[in-house]
Design a protein around this ligand. Structure first.
Ligand code: 13P
Ligand code: SF4
Length: 354
């Protein structure tokens, strides 16, 4: 049983080291494990003193992922957990939009992100002003907003979605046409899954010439700087070398890459799929730390990785920064109340969908 499952404070550095070593001996050098076990011990002590909970996204680096979070998961799971916690402090080992969602759900709690540089290329691709302009162009059309956005963008939206419920959220709306922002590829993948036609007004030479009724999803041009790097050539080349490989792609990948893969789903859906599927080897087309995290859990399965692809924003979250977050109660997430209340409505509508 892991420390996470035991949900207790470890009694010594040695205990943490042994547990990390058992899982990560093939993945993290021993000298690094020794240092990180000490850090993890310190973090567990501080977590207890602060009455804090640590949430860790699936993209956290393996030593952090396997030692300090109370819970790990994808964006939707972590949002649900953030909504339920009774702790005073939430430390979010993920990126800023995720910590902001936790604050939206928990205005009276202290929500910390260990680095103030953990952004996201999708979140920075759209502003609240952009959303207001879209709504003015398409009055009455509901706005579905991927959680990978900042609070002021969520506040302009009708409902949020994550990669694990995007199609269900679109289908839940009583409207043939929806505005779906800001991820171009996720929007294209949702259009395919729901049988809808898609258009990108910001790409048209004359956006005013759009005929109402000739499209169903109005998209935006944001891209994940990690997932847009995977290509169909990557897939062909790996399938040529390993014909029995099972390929999984995150829905932030292009529709061509998703179509050429065997499975597409959120980060946790991919982990579940690997756990439940008998295959000799897998290729994960997603952030590369996740491959290490699954490989540590399932050592009998071979994880092929195109491992240059690390999210620079997730990479800002280190164990040193997490310790300092708890020590100095930094970096505190704040969301202006008028924005928070409107963003909360969009997040809660999403959470109400099963
Ligand atoms: P998940 O919701 O699938 O965890 O994805 C979050 C993310 O940022 C993927 O790049
Ligand atoms: Fe944003 Fe892509 Fe990094 Fe996820 S992997 S946090 S979508 S930049």
């Amino acid at each position: 049983m892991t420390l996470q499952q035991l949900n207790r404070t470890p009694t010594s550095v040695e205990e943490i080291y042994r547990e990390m070593k058992a899982k990560l001996h093939d993945i993290v050098p021993d000298v690094e494990l020794r240092i990180k076990a000490e850090l993890a011990y310190e973090i567990h002590q501080l977590k207890k003193e602060r009455n804090a909970v640590i949430l860790g996204h699936n993209y956290m680096e393996p030593a952090l992922y396997h030692s300090i979070p109370d819970f790990v998961g994808d964006s939707l799971q972590l949002s649900r957990l953030a909504a339920e916690t009774d702790k005073d402090v939430i430390v979010f080992c993920g990126v800023e939009f995720m910590a902001e969602t936790a604050k939206i759900l928990n205005p009276t709690k202290t929500v910390l992100i260990p680095s103030d540089k953990a952004g996201c290329s999708l979140a920075s691709s759209i502003t609240a002003e952009d959303v207001r302009a879209l709504k003015a162009r398409f009055p009455g059309v509901p706005v579905v907003t991927y959680v990978n956005t900042y609070a002021d963008v969520k506040a302009e939206s009708d409902i949020c979605c994550t990669s694990s419920n995007a199609a269900a959220v679109v289908n839940s709306l009583d409207s043939d046409t929806v505005i779906f922002i800001p991820d171009e590829y996720l929007a294209r993948n949702v259009a395919q899954e729901t049988g809808k036609r898609i258009i990108f007004p910001s790409r048209l030479p004359n956006p005013d010439a759009i005929q109402p009724g000739s499209f169903d999803i109005i998209g935006w041009h944001g891209r994940c700087e990690v997932h847009e790097q995977f290509t169909i050539e990557d897939i062909h080349s790996v399938r040529q070398q390993f014909p029995d490989v099972v390929i999984l792609a995150h829905p932030e990948c292009s529709p061509e890459v998703v179509a050429a893969s065997d499975f597409s789903g959120s980060t946790s859906a991919m982990i579940r799929f690997v756990r439940e599927t008998q295959a000799p080897r897998f290729l994960l087309l997603t952030e590369c730390s996740m491959g290490d995290n699954i490989a540590a859990e399932l050592p009998d399965m071979e994880m092929l990785r195109l491992c240059s692809v690390r999210c620079p924003h997730m990479n800002q979250i280190t164990m040193e920064e997490t310790r300092d977050a708890l020590r100095y109660l930094r970096y505190q997430i704040e969301v202006p109340e008028d924005i928070r209340v409107r963003a909360l409505a969009a997040v809660e509508r999403m959470l109400a969908i099963g």
